[in-house]
Design a protein around this ligand. Structure first.
Ligand SMILES: C[S@@+](CC[C@H](N)C(=O)[O-])C[C@H]1O[C@@H](n2cnc3c(N)ncnc32)[C@H](O)[C@@H]1O
Length: 188
């Protein structure tokens, strides 16, 4: 994975969050590695992240995206989080790999055409079902959605689970890495 500088930045974001004014809401390192591996093996061309915070998960995704020639679009509500994330991306040499769009992800996604080959969903859990309705028409055939906190916040994701697990054109499974990832594959 990347250079020593990349590893140092990821470690800094993971192990010394106080330096970034960060409370521990980023994905744990295991989830970062899981996303990184997924990008490396699936080789998506277009990746979408919804809920970026300071860009920790985006860095794991973006470092792999750079290696496989993919582009990342990241949606984040809060301007101050966007500013910190963009500084992190510049420091990691990913400014030309990751495009950040600030605003309410439900509105910004509605204005995006897609298609996306891989989507990482990590915004407000009660919005996941609404995001699915926006993501699905923009998801490539054989595209994948990874929805975070499927174990830690499973109760808040009941409507989302119902949608993805009962969708006639999807296969969905909970993978117990990190705080739990619901992996949903679009068949065609
Ligand atoms: C759990 S954090 C994301 C952590 C990030 N994926 C990481 O691992 O570093 C959730 C983020 O979603 C953002 N968010 C919440 N509601 C949103 C919305 N409607 N549109 C876009 N972003 C939103 C929050 O501001 C917060 O930064």
């Amino acid at each position: 994975m990347g250079t020593k500088a990349d590893a140092d930045l990821l470690r800094e974001l993971t192990e010394r969050p106080e330096e970034w004014g960060q409370v521990r809401i980023s994905v744990p390192p295991d989830t970062g590695k899981f996303l990184h591996i997924l990008v490396q093996v699936a080789k998506p061309k277009r990746i979408l992240e919804i809920g970026m915070f300071h860009g920790y998960s985006t860095l794991w995704i973006g470092l792999a995206a750079k290696e496989v020639g993919a582009r990342v679009t990241a949606l984040e509500l809060e301007a101050e989080k966007v500013a910190v994330a963009e500084a992190n991306f510049a420091r990691a040499g990913l400014a030309d790999v990751i495009t950040v769009i600030q605003g309410d992800g439900k509105q910004t996604l509605a204005a995006l055409a897609g298609p996306y080959d891989l989507v990482f969903l990590d915004a407000a859990k009660e919005d996941y079902a609404a995001y699915f309705d926006l993501i699905y028409p923009r998801l490539s055939p054989r595209g994948v959605i990874v929805a975070d906190n499927a174990v830690s916040h499973g109760d808040d994701m009941a409507e989302y689970f119902d949608k993805v697990r009962n969708h006639p054109n999807c296969v969905s499974v909970l993978v117990p890495v990190g705080t739990g990832e619901e992996i949903t594959y679009k068949k065609g």
